[in-house]
Design a binder for this molecule. Structure first.
Ligand code: C2E
Ligand code: C2E
Ligand code: C2E
Length: 91
């Protein structure tokens, strides 16, 4: 099975996330809201999440983690450049 490896934190832009159509961004928005609630971390402009969470989100979106990363960059939720620093290698 493949392991998630990352050298840079995955930092979601919550302002971009909040301005996206709910039908596409809904699952991600609910996931981020749940993490905020668990941490009692409200009012942030960004939210750092676990690398493992991106893997779970990819399953929710029925995409590979790489595809979801590209989609999040298209949406402006992740900064460009994440593709080169987040790897989903097989070792
Ligand atoms: P938990 O996983 O048992 O973590 C307990 C506490 O350990 C967290 O309390 C936090 O203070 C610290 N902690 C654990 N992992 C990390 C980490 O990678 N980085 C940092 N900076 N601290 C870490 P906290 O933040 O109040 O979270 C409470 C619970 O909420 C966590 O319990 C976990 O069940 C959930 N949670 C919070 N944030 C996340 C997240 O980003 N992803 C997931 N999957 N669960 C989260
Ligand atoms: P950083 O992780 O590079 O985060 C830079 C700034 O982005 C933070 O400044 C904060 O304004 C914002 N930010 C990043 N992730 C989150 C998030 O999940 N929630 C919220 N609300 N804001 C976030 P800040 O708070 O002044 O922290 C500066 C640096 O201090 C952070 O750099 C990090 O290296 C460290 N730090 C702050 N709080 C924690 C923490 O709870 N756990 C750990 N491990 N480091 C922390
Ligand atoms: P960070 O706090 O700078 O942690 C960087 C990495 O160190 C984490 O990457 C994780 O691999 C490891 N780490 C830090 N604290 C713990 C811990 O208590 N238990 C374990 N098992 N590992 C730990 P990861 O998981 O990809 O998380 C990336 C960032 O997401 C964290 O950066 C932090 O900003 C945020 N985060 C993740 N989980 C939590 C959490 O439960 N609570 C809070 N407040 N922030 C979290």
């Amino acid at each position: 099975s493949s392991a998630v490896t990352s050298t840079t934190k995955i930092v979601l832009n919550l302002e971009s996330l909040g301005s996206l159509p709910a039908d596409e961004a809904g699952p991600l928005a609910r996931y981020a809201s749940t993490i905020q609630a668990q941490r009692h971390d409200y009012n942030g402009k960004v939210l750092s999440i676990r690398a493992e969470d991106l893997k779970s989100l990819a399953i929710i979106y029925d995409m590979s983690p790489d595809e979801l990363t590209s989609r999040l960059i298209e949406w402006g939720v992740l900064s460009p450049g994440m593709e080169s620093v987040v790897g989903f290698g097989g070792d």
